[in-house]
Design a protein around this ligand. Structure first.
Ligand code: AMP
Ligand code: MN
Ligand code: MN
Length: 322
């Protein structure tokens, strides 16, 4: 695979010559997936370029990302072009995470993969993947520079969302000088930093906080493997009236455990258990996730298990012990 810089040049060329650009991000999109995709969407529109943005079903967006501008102008996956001339995927480490949009991705004339997952398989015809980039949002900023497209406020807000979520509010090891430089450039668009932060990280419904409390009381700490684990079952969601997409931040409570090396949360979803892994001591949980059919980064990774949440936790325990 060529280097990401050369590949970004090719991506810019393909986009510059395209009448329409079809954008897609990974299923259950997070702040970086949505933010990086919607940023390029706004940049295309500002250039008078036809563009559409989509992600696989379910179309539900987690409540903390609903403030992102442009979400009301996105395209349901069923209306996504079946053979796009130029398609770009964002933050999506494997083609499977595109759900039904995989069909379009496989038929696209140019498939541009913008990503920062070290585990990315390079499934595009153009693969701009920099594992040292803190967020896919960083890749979009670099791409815009190559296209010579100026940023605008909507794009800046979207990029900031990707950057602040994937760096854990500028706290993780990926928070490099380049990250702060980009944050400075973006904040200059008069972004409402306080309200963005509250929407993304601080605000949850009362029902969610009560459910989280109930789930935390069942948290388990395994001294042998240093694993702290918790589950969110279908019953938990039902009893408190909480939607799955509201629970994305639950892992951030569990991973606070001082005695643990690795944190795992398995959440009930209709298609199986959605598992989040976090490493607090340098254990490569990305490798664990890959061995269990998922992917991610060394410090944060995940997979989906076609079975119960309890089973999913046991799979992780066994992988760490073995
Ligand atoms: P999460 O725990 O959902 O916040 O995800 C943490 C990291 O793992 C992110 O970088 C995700 O892109 C990645 N990840 C989560 N679930 C999967 C999956 N099923 N397959 C591949 N990567 C995943
Ligand atoms: Mn993501
Ligand atoms: Mn990301």
């Amino acid at each position: 695979m060529k280097g990401w810089s050369e590949e970004l040049d090719r991506a810019a060329q393909a986009i510059a010559g395209a009448p329409e650009v079809a954008l897609a991000c990974h299923e259950w999109p997070d702040g970086d997936a949505l933010g990086s995709m919607m940023a390029l969407f706004h940049l295309c529109r500002a250039q008078g370029r036809s563009s559409l943005a989509s992600w696989p079903e379910p179309e539900e967006v987690a409540p903390h990302y609903r403030f992102l501008p442009g979400l009301d102008a996105t395209t349901p996956p069923a209306r996504f072009p079946s053979e796009p001339a130029v398609m770009v995927t964002f933050d999506c480490g494997s083609i499977e995470r595109l759900g039904k949009l995989q069909v379009a991705a496989r038929s696209a004339h140019h498939l541009i993969v913008l990503d920062h997952h070290a585990t990315n398989s390079g499934y595009g015809s153009i693969n701009a993947i920099d594992p040292n980039a803190a967020a896919t949002a960083v890749m979009v900023r670099r791409l815009a520079r190559r296209l010579d497209w100026p940023l605008n406020r909507d794009a800046a807000l979207c990029l900031y969302t990707g950057l602040v979520t994937d760096t854990g509010r500028f706290q993780y090891a990926n928070t490099t000088p380049e990250v702060f430089a980009l944050a400075q450039e973006l904040a200059a668009f008069d972004l409402p930093i306080e309200s963005i932060t509250r929407e993304l990280f601080e605000k949850s419904r009362f029902a969610y906080i009560q459910m989280a409390a109930a789930c935390l009381t069942r948290m388990r700490l395994d001294a042998g493997t240093g694993l702290v684990s918790a589950t969110i079952t279908e019953e938990d969601l039902g009893r408190f009236g909480v939607a799955l997409e509201e629970t994305e931040g639950f892992i951030d409570l569990v991973r606070r455990t001082a005695e643990a090396r690795v944190a795992v949360v398995a959440r009930y979803a209709p298609d199986g258990a959605r598992v989040s892994l976090r490493s607090m001591d340098g254990t490569d949980v990305g490798a664990v996730a890959v061995s269990l059919g998922g992917g991610g980064h060394a410090h944060a990774a995940g997979f989906t298990h076609a079975g119960s949440v309890e089973e999913a936790v046991e799979l992780v325990r066994a992988a760490l012990a073995g």
